[in-house]
Design a protein around this ligand. Structure first.
Ligand SMILES: [Ca+2]
Ligand SMILES: [Ca+2]
Ligand SMILES: [Ca+2]
Length: 101
């Protein structure tokens, strides 16, 4: 029998609930990875609590999928600082271009 999360060595290879992988939930700084199975039970994955965005150039602290949204521009960061209309070019590398409209 294939291994399932039940606390039993279903496939009789001497290991119990092995190879079932992990569960990941949440986004940004709230992302949590837990073992899929723990003590014979499927683990509930609870995302971390969002906090106010911190302008650290790295983490999506408030977990809305955007890093450092609402932060002022800082030299050396890759955040888009252009506040006018913008569009993504439809071919070539992913670059932002000033809209002609
Ligand atoms: Ca097994
Ligand atoms: Ca941040
Ligand atoms: Ca954010």
């Amino acid at each position: 029998m294939p291994e399932t999360c039940n606390g039993i060595d279903d496939d009789c290879n001497g290991l119990t609930d092995e190879g079932l992988g992990n569960t990941t939930c949440g986004i940004g700084a709230c992302q949590v990875t837990v073992p899929f199975c723990s003590s014979g039970q499927v683990t509930q994955c609870t995302p971390g609590q969002p906090v106010a965005e911190i302008c650290d150039g790295q983490l999506d602290d408030d977990c809305d999928g955007v890093v450092d949204n609402g932060c002022a521009c800082v030299n050396g960061t890759s955040q888009s600082c252009y506040t006018g209309s913008r569009r993504r070019t439809t071919s070539g590398p992913a670059t932002w271009a000033r809209s002609s409209a």
